[in-house]
Ligand binder design. Structure first.
Ligand code: ADP
Ligand code: ZN
Ligand code: ZN
Length: 772
């Protein structure tokens, strides 16, 4: 391209394509590291990020193409690049496919070519007609407001002082002091039940940190991550009310594109001091970041699955480490990894033992033994009686069942036909509303067949309970009661959202007697009149093979229990189960997370599961199942890497356990995965190191069998991730590569753990073929 001279250096540029390495381009003299640019790629033009400048390329410079244009803003900081680089390495995902999707969509779409007007190119890009240029321009506007776009802004001079919150209790104050006075990288676990005043601690710490920066005439920013978008408005209002002098922004994928780009740019420019967001916000560009808060840190929604996989919580900790700041993970039921880290002293434990909200009463949690009281239409006698009494007192009840639809599967009474999804290896649920079979994983659906497709029998039966069936049964049992159901089926889309909103309003207003719902009803709602909570199918999670299922079950049950008795009335939680003696329920009845966690930690230690081992998950995405399977099979055949890792980190000489399961499928893309259990020292090694008191999580490097090391390449403890890509213009790269990265320089990343999934699909929970 014109204007690019021979003396120009080489820029290494990230683009959103499945390539392990950045691409080399000829750089114009004004291309700094961190800049966004437009680069030619094949016949298209794409937005790229300059990550490195150099004088040499491994390719023939004559074959290198020049960068098309360097966009004036934004410039990503070295810390931001380091974070995305870390995520790419850690989760074995192409750096470009991590970094670019982390930007708001408007900023990563190529500006339309400038109109043929005689102007300098750069000016045209900044003021061009395309909306994305408009978004970029808004940063320049921010710049004119007194904050240069790429330098930390000055403290707002006429900032209104924060509004005083409630006087903190001693334990809250101690927590605020610890966080605000921490020097350098400091991870905290703030442990306290819902209503114990954790949010007040976050607010107090933010206030102190912003005030300290203001005294030095600096801007400080705080990032607050929450698991779900619908939790943001409430918290945003609370933050805005508390900090009238600061700009509080929400950053999540639910924002309209322009608004999202604008919010992102304001965060980037430092004009917003408090950034509240969902998991994607962990990648917000924040130059003056001084504190990160991750609320409900145990929540699965903080993990990203589609696209680049990552755990926003773990990346938040890594980010705090990169930036040398404090990070607060808050939860009533922390992830076991977090708890273990806090117990071992890697995270500092701050505990709030009392409930702050004075009048909330702790509910009584009981089990209903289904062996003694068999469920009839899903409800056992003691639960029916409790509901009866609740209705009699004019109070509200909540029925929680984590299955939507009418029944999880439709079955033929005469042959062995079960309703299955043709794309995923799972059952398709029977939805009576609309009379459809639906796959809850890929969204496939179909009208319910009139007769069994295999034998023609017309007697098809729904097996098991779903929310629709529970609602139907409850209506039949108490025809006079006012009943509502809230699950994803009737709350999606704009109409659904308003319907769900209305249903929640009705519950709040006392116009509903019994609310039936899934996990959706457990979060963030302060139902004042609920005095009875029934949990219908807890056991399904208890017996799931996914080793994290009990942890999730405990968390969700604590959360459901927290819905009862919020106005101080005596309240009960009844859990129907076949295993009333299970330690999980015993710990739950005592509402003791610590007890539950101690038991789980012992179990994990004995079984060599995280946090005492690492797990790897290999996934393949392809147009057909066969392609994906073929790829995975080749990986398994070619698994020196796995074997080395597994034999060294697991049982010496033993083969890794590979399990094959479907995760998600869609019409033209089936994803299959093998989970390879590797890492973790051998049992004998583990025992030895424990006897020596080696203590913390991964004493793995201690004593692998030396013969193994000599005969095989020294493995890295990290997961191996391989991908097969066949989409778009990358169809040619049919032979996917097995990517195995060694990662020098990331010593302490055992704190940041790869998403692990073993034995069963975390989503489908079924279909397993053991595969060795
Ligand atoms: P959590 O985040 O742990 O659920 P919150 O911080 O939201 O708890 O506190 C629950 C309620 O208790 C809120 O209404 C909050 O204003 C109030 N609260 C918290 N701390 C105190 C305190 N020290 N004194 C009085 N009220 C408090
Ligand atoms: Zn049949
Ligand atoms: Zn499906």
């Amino acid at each position: 391209m014109d204007g690019v001279k021979k003396s120009d250096s080489i820029a290494r540029v990230l683009v959103d394509v499945p390539l392990a390495q950045p691409l080399d381009y000829l750089a114009p003299p004004d291309a700094p590291v961190g800049a966004l640019c437009v680069v030619p790629l094949g016949r298209r033009r794409q937005i790229g990020i300059v990550v490195e400048l150099g004088a040499q390329s491994s390719l023939d410079p004559a074959r290198l193409k020049p960068i098309g244009a360097v966009l004036p803003a934004p410039r990503l900081s070295p810390a931001w690049l380091a974070l995305s680089r870390f995520a790419a390495d850690y989760y074995h995902y192409p750096w470009g496919e991590v970094a670019l999707p982390a930007l708001p969509p408007l900023l990563r779409s190529v500006p339309r070519p400038p109109r043929p007007v005689v102007k300098s190119r750069k000016k045209n890009l900044a003021a061009g007609p395309a909306p994305e240029a408009g978004a970029v321009e808004s940063e320049s506007r921010a710049g004119q407001d007194g904050v240069a776009p790429d330098t930390p802004g000055a403290a707002p001079s006429s900032a209104a002082a924060p509004v005083a919150g409630p006087a903190l209790r001693a334990e809250q104050q101690a927590a605020v002091d610890a966080i605000a006075d921490a020097q350098g990288f400091a991870p905290f676990l703030l442990f306290g039940v819902t209503g114990s005043g954790k949010t007040e601690v976050y607010l107090g710490a933010i206030e102190r940190i912003l005030a300290r920066a203001a005294r030095h005439g600096e801007v400080a920013q705080a990032l607050v991550l929450v698991p779900e978008i619908n939790l943001t408005p409430q918290l945003q209002a609370r933050l805005a009310e508390r900090f009238p002098g600061q700009r509080v922004l929400s950053l999540h994928s639910g924002l309209p594109p322009r608004e999202r780009a604008d919010a992102w740019l304001q965060a980037h420019a430092g004009t917003a001091q408090i950034i509240l967001g969902t998991r994607t916000a962990v990648f917000a560009s924040l130059r003056c970041l001084r504190l990160i808060v991750v609320d409900e840190e145990h929540d699965g929604s903080l993990k990203a699955h589609g696209g680049a996989p990552y755990s926003a919580r773990d990346l938040a900790v890594k980010r705090a480490q990169i930036e040398g700041i404090a990070v607060v993970l808050g939860s009533a039921t922390p992830a076991l990894e977090t708890w273990h880290a806090a117990q071992g002293g890697r995270y500092r434990l701050l505990e709030l033992a009392q409930r702050a909200a004075g009048n909330a009463a702790t509910p009584r949690i009981e089990t209903v033994d289904l062996q003694r009281h068999p469920a009839d239409q899903g409800l056992a006698q003691p639960l029916r009686e409790a509901l009866e009494q609740t209705l009699g007192r004019g109070e509200q009840a909540l029925l929680f069942i984590n299955r939507r639809g009418y029944a999880p599967v439709l079955r033929c009474a005469s042959c062995e036909w079960h309703s299955r999804c043709p794309h995923c290896d799972t059952f398709a649920a029977f939805h009576k509303v609309g009379a459809r079979l639906r796959c809850h994983h890929c969204g496939w659906n179909q009208a319910v067949p009139r007769a069994c497709p295999d034998c023609g029998n017309q007697d098809l039966q729904g097996v098991g309970q779903g929310t629709q069936r529970v609602e139907e049964n409850v209506r039949r049992l108490w025809p006079q009661a006012r009943i509502a159901r809230i699950d994803r089926d009737n709350s999606q889309g704009v109409r659904g959202a308003s319907r769900a909103g209305a249903a929640f309003e009705a519950v709040h207003a006392g116009e509903v007697d019994i609310l039936v719902g899934t996990q959706m009803i457990t979060k963030g709602h302060d139902f004042r009149r609920v005095s009875t909570v029934g949990v219908l199918n807890a056991d399904a999670q208890l017996v799931a093979a996914d080793f994290r299922a009990p942890e999730r079950l405990f968390a969700v049950l604590m959360q459901v229990a927290g819905r009862a008795g919020r106005a101080g009335q005596a309240s009960r939680v009844l859990i129907q189960t076949r295993y009333p003696q299970h330690p999980l329920y015993a710990a739950l009845a005592r509402q003791s997370y610590a007890e539950f966690a101690a038991e789980q930690i012992d179990e994990r230690r004995a079984a060599g599961m995280p946090p005492f081992a690492h797990h790897a998950l290999l996934t393949a995405a392809a147009h057909t199942l066969e392609q994906a399977l073929d790829f995975l099979r080749r990986c398994a055949e070619l698994r020196q890497g796995l074997e080395a890792a597994a034999s060294c980190w697991s049982r010496p000489g033993g083969a890794p356990t590979c399990t094959l399961f479907s995760t998600r499928g869609c019409r033209d893309c089936a994803r299959w995965a093998i989970a390879a259990c590797c890492a973790g020292p051998s049992r004998s090694t583990r025992n030895r190191s424990e006897r020596r008191g080696a203590g913390d999580s991964i004493p793995a490097r201690s004593a692998p069998d030396p013969r193994q090391i000599r005969t095989r390449p020294a493995p890295d403890s990290r997961p191996i991730r391989a991908r097969s890509h066949r989409r778009g213009s990358w169809q040619r790269s049919r032979h996917a590569t097995l990517v195995q990265t060694r990662r020098p320089g990331v010593e302490r990343c055992d704190r940041v753990r790869a998403d692990a999934a073993v034995r069963r699909s975390p989503t489908t929970g079924r279909s397993i073929r053991d595969w060795r």
